[in-house]
Design a protein around this ligand. Structure first.
Ligand code: FAD
Length: 490
């Protein structure tokens, strides 16, 4: 720890990222909670270290509960909850309130592939989709409303999610599945069709953390982390956003307070992106859970993706040995490849959410007594939702093919993410309308999906920023910074 005066002198939310000339005693934190490295290893590497201190200034905050902590018992089939009264949820037993309805815990059949876009997929991609659909409908659908309401992640379901073999996506070797981007994307949509929080949990881990290590890490970092991450034995989080710089990430300062990174409250390792004071360029670091000076606090009161454990990350003079610096990140350009892939994946989340909402509305309108499905206006809404979904799938599929053939540009992926999230907003809004009063109950999926789409509209580049990335590409004029701001920084 630095002398108190040094910490006090930096109470400016600053993150000092600078190489130190002399070596320092380092406590390399263990990757796994219970496996401390032998002292000789630490000592043996001291001379090679180019230590970095991620420095801050915020008061220490409490670390929340750890991954693996037992969750409450799952909701009983049929919509009830077998919690022994501990949880106090849910408010509504759908089967009682709406007796002719199929219990909400039974996810509706998938009926949105109107144009038979299945024909565009390979047999392997179809098989993966079937597997993912089965696990999501059976394991996650019955419990998701309860966990969403409680804003807790169902850690006990992680082995089931791991069994899907999605983490690592397109990465080959190191225990990763080496899927096609199309297969990863289809799987992302299937997860999001049932639950967007689970899909975000997987995306942060598998489409940000893992590709960053695979593309920008050293050989030993790949050996050390990728297999464990692919099996969800190690959980990761990825932190770029700062309180003052979200959309404008290139203005990243030396702040050590990062918000609101998914999975950060329980992650075993965090990828932290920070500016190197000497080079003024971006660097990436692996910061291990438990290291002195690292605190992550759960962000409460979210209205969407409530199962995702977003956290404020505070780094107070955190020591990072050189071996944990990602050698492939020396500027923002170096993470473009990660963004290209992750943005395509995120573009598929609104597609999956829209599919699930359509499926639920389709069943609901036919089961409701009136029957609601007979009204012309309701049919028009269903048709509009379905039309959007057909177009979204085609755009998403084309993004994958362009990526796979090396033709995808940042503008392409940004337009895809911006457009699918915008079209999905219309779909979930129509779906919410179609369910009337039940359209505001999380139990019927649609209200939950309606809320879950909002953070997706804003993360991985807001709709506006992604549109400007495309605008820049097609006009050659960057308009990210208003003239007044650009001028003041000269
Ligand atoms: C659920 C969730 C999970 C997240 N997970 C992660 C994570 O894992 N890791 C991580 O690093 N970050 C994460 N984020 C942060 C996310 O990436 C940012 O919220 C996002 O980049 C937007 O930044 P901001 O919130 O600071 O919005 P701001 O940048 O403050 O934007 C506010 C509004 O201004 C508009 N705007 C901003 N700049 C411009 C401009 N130049 N031109 C036109 N309009 C502009 C935006 O479009 C938006 O409408 C997450 C966010 C959420 C909600």
């Amino acid at each position: 720890m630095p002398p108190p005066s040094r910490v006090a002198g930096r109470r400016r939310r600053l993150l000092m990222v600078r190489p130190r000339r002399r070596t320092a005693a380092s406590s390399v934190p263990p990757l796994r909670r219970d496996a401390a490295p032998p002292p000789s290893r630490v000592a043996g590497r001291r001379r090679r270290l180019l230590p970095t201190r991620l420095d801050l200034s915020e008061p220490a905050l409490d670390l929340p509960a750890e991954a693996g902590s037992p969750g409450p018992p799952p909701r009983a089939a049929g919509g009830g909850v077998s919690t022994g009264g501990k949880v106090g949820l849910p408010a509504l037993d759908v089967a009682l309130a709406f007796p002719q309805a199929t219990p909400a815990s039974l996810f509706p059949p998938a009926v949105s592939d109107y144009y038979q876009l299945d024909d565009l997929l390979t047999d392997e991609e179809k098989a993966l989709r079937k597997k993912v659909r089965g696990v999501m409908e059976k394991e996650i659908a019955p419990i998701m409303t309860e966990y969403w309401e409680k804003a807790e992640f169902p850690f006990h379901a992680i082995p089931k999610l791991a069994s899907l073999g999605l983490a690592g996506g397109t990465t080959k070797g190191y225990g990763c599945p080496g899927l096609s981007l199309t297969a990863s994307a289809i799987a992302t949509a299937e997860v999001a069709r049932v639950d967007a929080s689970c899909s975000t949990f997987i995306l942060v881990h598998a489409s940000l953390v893992m590709p960053t290590i695979a593309l920008c890490g050293s050989e030993s970092q790949k050996q050390q982390y990728l297999q464990s991450l692919a099996q969800f034995k190690t959980l990761g989080c990825w932190a770029l956003t700062e309180p003052d710089y979200g959309s404008d990430a290139s203005s990243l300062r030396t702040s050590a307070s990062k918000v609101p990174s998914g999975n950060s409250t329980f992650a075993d390792m965090l990828i932290i992106l920070a500016r190197n004071e000497d080079t003024n360029q971006l660097n990436g670091f692996i910061v291990k859970k438990g290291v002195s000076g690292l605190k992550a606090t759960k962000i409460e009161n979210k209205i969407g993706l409530r199962m995702v454990q977003n956290g404020d990350i505070v780094l107070n003079n955190v020591f990072v040995p050189e071996e944990d610096r990602l050698p492939g990140i020396c500027s923002f350009k170096d993470i473009n490849e990660v963004f290209a892939m992750s943005r395509v994946m995120v573009a598929w989340q609104p597609i999956g959410i829209s599919m699930g909402v359509f499926d639920m509305c389709h069943r609901y309108l036919k089961e409701r007594k009136s029957p609601l499905a007979a009204f012309q206006l309701n049919q028009e809404k269903l048709a509009r939702m379905l039309g959007n979904i057909q177009a979204m799938v085609l755009v998403g599929w084309r993004l994958c093919k362009m990526y796979e053939s090396g033709k995808l540009t940042p503008g392409h992926s940004s337009l895809g993410k911006a457009w699918t999230s915008r079209k999905a907003r219309e779909v979930v809004s129509l779906g919410r309308e179609l369910l009337g009063g039940n359209g505001i109950l999380a139990d019927f999926l649609v209200a939950k999906a309606f809320c879950d789409l909002e953070p997706i509209f804003s993360y991985e580049g807001t709709y506006d920023i992604n549109s400007l990335v495309t605008g820049n590409e097609i006009t050659g004029i960057a308009s990210f910074k208003p003239a007044v701001i650009a001028k003041s920084r000269l």
